[in-house]
Design a protein around this ligand. Structure first.
Ligand code: PGA
Length: 250
């Protein structure tokens, strides 16, 4: 069975609640495509209004982060149950900005992945190499290490249901996209890694996105690759272009 494409916006730290509602309204007529799962991953404070605004539509809502504890004295953090209760279905885990600026390491991200599954949230697990790593030829080893560390204890059934986003750090927000061949090479290696950890059936089911300056102009070529099952989109998810990406096959 062919994997359904999944196009997710990562709004990052953009849009106030009222701006968020306006963006959802702008995009509503543009993001209808039955061939694609559409997700808006939004700042925590936008979750409630965005869930309300997308009600009855084809769009699911994701969080950009969550904490690993159930509740308690963790000032400023958001518990998984809060996300679920608010209507969130997906959660981005291990975005390179969180790894870099907030020092989230693989052991911590592994806890987050397991915690997300405990609550029925679908993780969008991010991985990716720096420019330095790419130039020194360690990209595939590095990605495999991230995946194996972050997915420890995840069952085959869970793995089959989740999303991995390959986001080369040098391509994020830089306007510098990986070529479709570069992106495919790594996404294919991720699938092979999943087959190695689990089995080919799981590897065939898991969805692997590319992220890093994906836009209306380059999405077709990227999404035509056999191992690229969608995109995690930053900058271009904040404007009408996002609708063009969602409708890449039209
Ligand atoms: P970008 O961000 O599309 O702005 O490069 C992608 C991401 O960081 O998820």
């Amino acid at each position: 069975m062919a994997r359904k494409k999944i196009i997710a916006g990562n709004w990052k730290m953009n849009k106030t609640p009222s701006e968020a509602k306006a963006l959802v309204e702008l995009l509503a007529p543009l993001v209808q495509n039955d061939d694609v799962d559409v997700v808006y991953c939004v700042p925590a404070i936008d979750i409630v209004p965005v869930v309300e605004s997308v009600k009855g539509s084809n769009v699911a809502v994701g969080a950009e982060n969550m904490y690993v504890e159930e509740s308690g004295a963790y000032t400023g953090e958001i518990a998984p149950a809060m996300l679920v209760d608010a209507g969130v279905k997906y959660v981005i885990i291990g975005h390179s900005e969180r790894r870099e600026y907030f020092k989230e390491d693989d052991a911590f991200l592994n806890k987050k992945v397991l915690k997300a599954f405990e609550h029925g949230l679908t993780p969008i697990l991010c991985c990716g190499e720096t420019l330095e790593q790419r130039e020194s030829g360690v990209t595939l080893d590095w990605i495999r290490l991230q995946i194996k560390s972050d997915m420890q204890g995840v069952t085959a059934e869970q793995a089959a249901s989740m999303v991995i986003a390959y986001e080369p750090i040098w391509a994020i927000g830089t306007g510098k996209t990986a070529t479709a061949d570069q992106a495919e090479e790594v996404c294919k290696a991720i699938r092979e890694c999943i087959a190695e950890i689990y089995d080919t059936d799981t590897a065939e089911k898991i969805r692997i996105q590319y992220g890093g300056s994906m836009n209306a102009g380059n999405c077709k070529e990227l999404l035509a690759k056999p191992d690229i099952d969608g995109g995690l989109i930053g900058g271009a998810s904040l404007k009408a272009d996002f609708g063009e990406i969602v409708n890449y096959n039209k």
